[in-house]
Write a new protein. Structure first.
Length: 488
């Protein structure tokens, strides 16, 4: 019964959506089968008003998955990004004649895989697309619940163009295993665009304390001098004790970071840490290396310095609250925190996460492990409809939503100066993930190693050695499961 939709409901939805955008420019009116020739392969498709059920789970901070899919939008208060998402859905509906129905699969962002596993295991065909939380839900593929998207042609459903610029080829390639692709992401996910880790810099403190010595923070970045040693030296110069002789929230702090949460993961990505290598269909853990040890030592210097303060971990909320109060020099978090945590802060800069050292060739940015990833369940009733809908949503997101969110809101509305836009482009150009880091939940939480050992970062070599057998055993188990389900 879930797939039945009355013509009246479809028409009502379309009329409402078109009414919202009746004054749109001509090139943003409903597009029937072509976006700069990128969607010609979808031209003529008509799925008869069928419902496309996208089951999703929401992460914290900003309801970005729901916003990506067009939910949680009040027409009276919708911002410019939300309106573009609504428009995108209307155009996809008109283009291939589907009705997009997001379904919240769980109340807690950690529970989607548990909430829908019984349905997937039973083959009930309840969902056409899964929009998962990368860290928690990536393992659905290792249980055999997802279609290998590289086999779509075998089912007459070859509508995904994963080399197109609206899909993230580097990110999706990192998640892939031995020619099998189960999960994809890109411009369709606001959590991908906004999930890049960056450094927020208090503009007032920087300008008054550091600028005379270092010049513009942006020039420091451009010169390749923005390193872990630099942020430590700057933090020490900023620090002022309130008189009680101990580092606390009442001091002028150099650097705050929730060390038990994901921001320290972002620091590791900034230092271009490598967890694994792929070779001829195999994956090997290479995490225990000189670079990782060097990172641990430099982070130990930062964490143990008087200018550093670690608030209790709460999905970056506590550190962002401290930073926004105006008495902290630096913090590291995802770019989207400029929107959800710094709306009331007048003067801050956005730059990449520091490099390990000056010898590191380029800056590097990881993507928050809550990134929304999309897959097609094995029991989806119509692979062609699922694939075509994902493709159309992604391409239209690139054309309509990305310019508004990435090029306008992130760069200019949620930040405070034009040079931040240059920095955000730099971060996007160097964003990456790693197979083992992405599949971390199935590999004894290897990507959380720095969180778990932030108090003992100088001893991480021995700790890595102690964990090596567990990591390798878990990886081999994961790969054997993926091999079992690699066909179809």
């Amino acid at each position: 019964m879930r797939r039945l939709i009355t013509i009246l409901l479809c028409l009502t939805t379309l009329v409402t959506s078109f009414a919202l955008f009746g004054c749109a420019d001509t090139d943003e009116n409903v597009n029937h089968g072509s976006v700069d020739n990128r969607l010609e392969h979808l031209a003529g498709l008509d799925f008869g008003g069928e419902v496309v059920s996208i089951v999703y789970v929401e992460g914290g901070n900003g309801q970005f998955t729901e916003r990506s899919l067009g939910l949680s939008i009040d027409d009276d208060t919708a911002d410019s990004v939300d309106k573009k998402v609504i428009q995108r859905n209307a155009e996809v509906t008109a283009m291939i004649n589907v009705f997009i129905e997001p379904i919240k699969g769980a109340n807690g962002f950690a529970d989607l895989s548990g909430a829908i596993s019984s349905s997937l295991a039973a083959g009930n065909g309840d969902y056409d697309v899964i929009a998962g939380y990368q860290y928690f839900d990536i393992g659905l593929a290792s249980k055999g619940y997802l279609l290998n998207l590289n086999t779509l042609a075998d089912y007459g459903a070859d509508y995904l163009r994963l080399d197109a610029d609206y899909w993230s080829a580097p990110y999706n390639g990192a998640l892939e295993y031995n020619g099998s692709t189960y999960w994809i992401t890109g411009d369709l996910a606001l959590r991908y665009l906004g999930g890049m880790y960056c450094t927020f810099v208090n503009g007032d403190i920087y300008d008054s304390v550091l600028k005379s010595t270092y010049g513009s923070i942006y020039d420091v970045v451009r010169a390749g001098d923005w390193t872990l040693d630099t942020i430590l030296a700057m933090s020490e110069a900023i620090y002022q004790d309130d008189g009680n002789g101990s580092t606390d929230e009442n001091d002028r702090l150099g650097f705050v970071l929730e060390t038990t949460m994901d921001p320290i993961d972002g620091m590791a990505y900034g230092s271009a840490i490598t967890w694994s290598q792929k070779s001829e269909g195999d994956v090997n853990i290479v995490f225990r290396n000189t670079r990782t040890i060097d990172f641990g030592e430099k982070m130990s210097d930062i964490v143990s310095s008087r200018s550093f303060y670690a608030p209790a971990g709460d999905d970056s909320k506590n550190q962002m609250a401290l930073f926004s109060n105006g008495n902290v020099g630096f913090t590291v978090a995802s770019v989207f925190h400029a929107e959800v945590g710094l709306r009331e802060m007048d003067n801050f800069y956005v730059v990449p996460v520091p490099k390990l050292n000056k010898e590191q060739e380029s800056y590097s940015s990881g993507i928050h492990d809550g990134c929304t990833i999309f897959g097609i369940p094995h029991d989806a009733p119509d692979y062609a409809m699922s694939a075509a809908t994902l493709e159309a949503l992604a391409a239209e997101s690139k054309r309509l939503v990305t310019p508004e969110y990435y090029d306008s809101a992130l760069k200019y509305k949620y930040t405070r100066d034009e040079e931040a836009a240059e920095m955000i482009d730099l971060m996007r150009d160097t964003a990456y993930t790693d197979f083992v880091a992405a599949w971390s939940k199935d590999i004894n939480d290897i990507a959380h190693f720095f969180r778990d050992n932030y108090k003992n970062l100088r001893q991480i070599n021995s700790k890595m050695q102690k964990n090596a057998d567990r990591w390798n055993t878990s990886l081999n188990t994961l790969l054997s499961h993926l091999d079992e389900y690699s066909i179809g």
